[in-house]
Design a binder for this molecule. Structure first.
Ligand code: NAD
Ligand code: UFG
Length: 341
């Protein structure tokens, strides 16, 4: 039996999929989550997919005493830190809360890890740290800048973690910059649970397909892109989860940190995603073209060489699989009587 990984935010969308992949590779998993954006039944669902049940601790990453107790009672090989707030719009309304939760939470976690002598960390960063990119595909060496408080909170965490490694080489941190995670586990037991009306494209499409909204609002068709609509790098959440295992192996084998984009490297427009969804599911999505959404960039997709050369990881799952799995998850939620708020 391998050792134990502590996953903060492990009942959330990406953390839960990563827990499954880790446990299926033989790792023991402890999930720490304060359930501010997830449900405790996710633990049973992870257990239903994976080989065993993760150990669940309901609590906050800002609770130093709880973290000390966790590190004292388990031998933890590394921490994967997903716990954070992620809504760009909400971050404008609650800027102090985003700083406290995302930056304060990371600082509290890192301090506890230092006290415990656990210095391997995989951190959930975002392509948002590239702001409006000068060129695409975006390499890890591109300038870092942000356009909203959420993005700033991620960049502040990255800065803190870079500083930590520079000051003490015993720290090994993987800064993973996710592009646009979508899809769900093929079992349809876990997936994304947006609260209220989703801001993101894929959950909005699946809700239109399920009849919760009459049409998809396409935010702008006058961008300098293939068909005028915004281009993004959609990546299946299971591929993303496997990227975390690759990063963990890198830390263990190389003994030093890494910064890597996790994306497919392919840019897909809004209309292309809608067409792929219809092809994968047979469901037609009515559209309405609206003005551009403030703050949106035309095109954002990853350079993937670094992830391949350093981590030997690349995304495998197709756009079809992303759409089919997102739709299967939406249908299973509807069958379970989930409300679309
Ligand atoms: P999510 O909201 O589904 O999961 C985050 C989990 O963290 C939730 O279960 C929530 O309850 C928990 N949490 C939040 N604050 C906490 C705290 N202080 N203590 C303990 N638990 C706490 O989000 P996700 O999509 O799984 O994202 C995971 C991470 O990846 C986040 O840090 C997010 O910023 C980052 N990220 C997400 C995306 C995306 O599009 N989903 C893109 C780039 C980066
Ligand atoms: N879009 C629509 N209609 C919708 C929703 C989105 O046309 O109802 C368009 C957007 O204008 C954009 C594309 O679909 O062109 C993707 O939008 P998303 O909101 O799904 O994703 P973003 O790339 O805008 O943002 C995501 C995360 C942010 C993160 C950013 C960069 O939501 O938190 O990726 O990583 F900062």
């Amino acid at each position: 039996m391998k050792n134990t990984i502590l996953i903060t935010g492990g009942t959330g969308f990406i953390g839960s999929h990563t827990a499954v992949e880790l446990m299926q590779s033989g790792w023991r998993v402890i999930v720490l989550d304060n359930l501010c954006n997830s449900e405790p039944d996710v633990i049973e669902r992870i257990a239903a997919i994976g080989a065993s049940r993760p150990h669940f601790v309901a609590g906050d990453v800002r609770d130093a005493a709880l973290l000390d107790q966790l590190f004292a009672s388990h031998t933890i090989t590394a921490v994967m830190h997903f716990a954070g707030l992620k809504s760009v719009g909400e971050s404008w309304q609650q800027a102090a809360h985003y700083l406290d939760n995302n930056v304060g939470g990371t600082a509290c976690l890192v301090a506890a890890m230092e006290r415990a002598g656990v210095r391997r960390l995989v951190f959930s960063s975002s392509a948002t740290v590239y702001g409006e990119p000068d060129t695409v595909p975006i390499a890890e060496s591109a300038p870092l800048r942000t356009t909203n408080p959420y993005g700033r909170s991620k960049l502040l965490c990255e800065d803190m973690l870079r500083q930590l490694q520079a000051a003490d080489p015993r720290w090994q941190v993987a800064l993973l910059r996710y592009f646009n995670p979508v899809g769900a586990h093929a079992s349809a037991l876990i997936g994304e649970k947006p609260t209220g009306v989703p801001n993101n494209l894929m959950p909005y499409i699946t809700q239109v397909a399920a009849g919760a909204h009459p049409y998809l609002r396409v935010f702008g068709n006058d961008y300098p892109t293939i068909d005028g609509t915004g281009v993004r790098d959609y990546i299946h959440v299971v591929d993303l989860a496997q990227g975390h295992l690759a990063a963990l192996h890198y830390l263990l084998e190389e003994g030093r940190g890494i910064t890597a984009n996790l994306g497919t490297g392919s840019g897909v427009s809004v209309l292309q995603l809608v067409a792929a969804f219809t092809q994968a599911t047979g469901v037609t999505i009515p559209l309405q073209i609206l003005e551009r959404r403030p703050g949106d960039v035309a095109s954002c997709f990853a350079a993937t060489e670094q992830a391949w050369e350093a981590l030997r990881w690349r995304a495998q799952l197709s756009l079809q699989a992303m759409c089919a799995d997102a739709w299967r998850w939406e249908c299973s939620r509807a069958a379970a009587g989930a409300s679309h708020g």
